[in-house]
Ligand binder design. Sequence first.
Ligand code: HEC
Length: 346
Amino acid sequence: MRRDYVNVAILWFVMTLAAEFSLPWIFQIIFPGVAAEEAAISDESFRLLTILATPVFTFVMSVLGYSLFSFRAKGGAPEYGAPIRGNSGWVWGMWLFITASLNVVVVIHPGLTGLAKFQGNKVPDLVVKVTAVQWAWRVSYPAQIIDGATEVVLPLNKRVKFEVTALPDDVLHSLWIPAFRQKIDAVPGLVTSMYVTPDKIGTFDQDFNLRMQCAELCGTGHTAMMMPVRVVSAEDFDKWVKDQAEPTDPVARGARLAKTQGCIACHSLDGAVGVGPSWKGLFGKQEALEDGSSVTVNDAYLLESIINPNAKLTKGFKPDIMLKDFGTKLKQDQIDALIAYIKTVK
Ligand code: HEC
């Protein structure tokens, strides 16, 4: 019996040593790209918890593994060992003490200390407003007067506050940027906030973890609800802000709005049928409607389709899929620009 204790102790020691030494290598493989100060805190917590949990895991595994091999039936009549009717007080005392203190330690650090760093500084250098709609992100920068950005551009080493919500009658979404290791729900009627301090320049093309992804299953377009994130230097950020002014040429402006307002998430330009009908060759064609009639696509029809989508349903499509708020959300000249652009999609 004593021999068995010694054997298990040796096994436990060897397994723990082997596991702890391979952890750095495992961490290197499993951690996705990281690009924010807060992400480093989160990764550090994960590392620490894994390092602390490893001896507990190897202890259970060594006792289990040793028992399986050493005490398996070896032929002959099975015999029963002496019944165990309890443990001496100090055994469960130690167990309780060690696990409880481990828990208290990790609740304090990295728990409370990490949380304090995550949410500590509540004075952002930059505010980014994000509204989730089925199935797109509407991104605006109030102080920079940018509405409908097509990508999330963030300056390096600046504290950024995301103010997140969803359209009033939309479903729940969740904003997740893997490279920042943070996620926050987008809830209709509620503004939630998330702080990040990007600390590495990079683009989505270099690292797919730099993306704003919906992380709450929200319908057919859920996986496509993605917007690239780009971390740039302070100068490049200022340059980008200047470039965001809307073009004056109506067609160019319409093309931009089609992207920024999320139209092309549902309408293709190449004839492919998506959530909505394609815009390819739309203007001037005879469009069959759901009620059996047909209509020539002219300016008036395009206008009505944008501001009152349910008025004439295109054949094969359901009502209430296209958002109904464009008529109030967009200014008249923006709608005109969109129409001017749609007419050019051939
Ligand atoms: C969530 C998906 C979605 C978004 C976003 C969306 N639409 Fe639509 N759209 C549809 C669907 C579905 C239809 C077909 C049903 C209907 O006629 O209402 C449609 C129909 C249309 C039509 C009529 C097309 C035809 O073939 O008759 C036009 C024009 C149009 N949308 C313009 C826009 C514009 C402009 C925007 C952006 C400002 C936009 N849509 C955003 C889904 C969408």
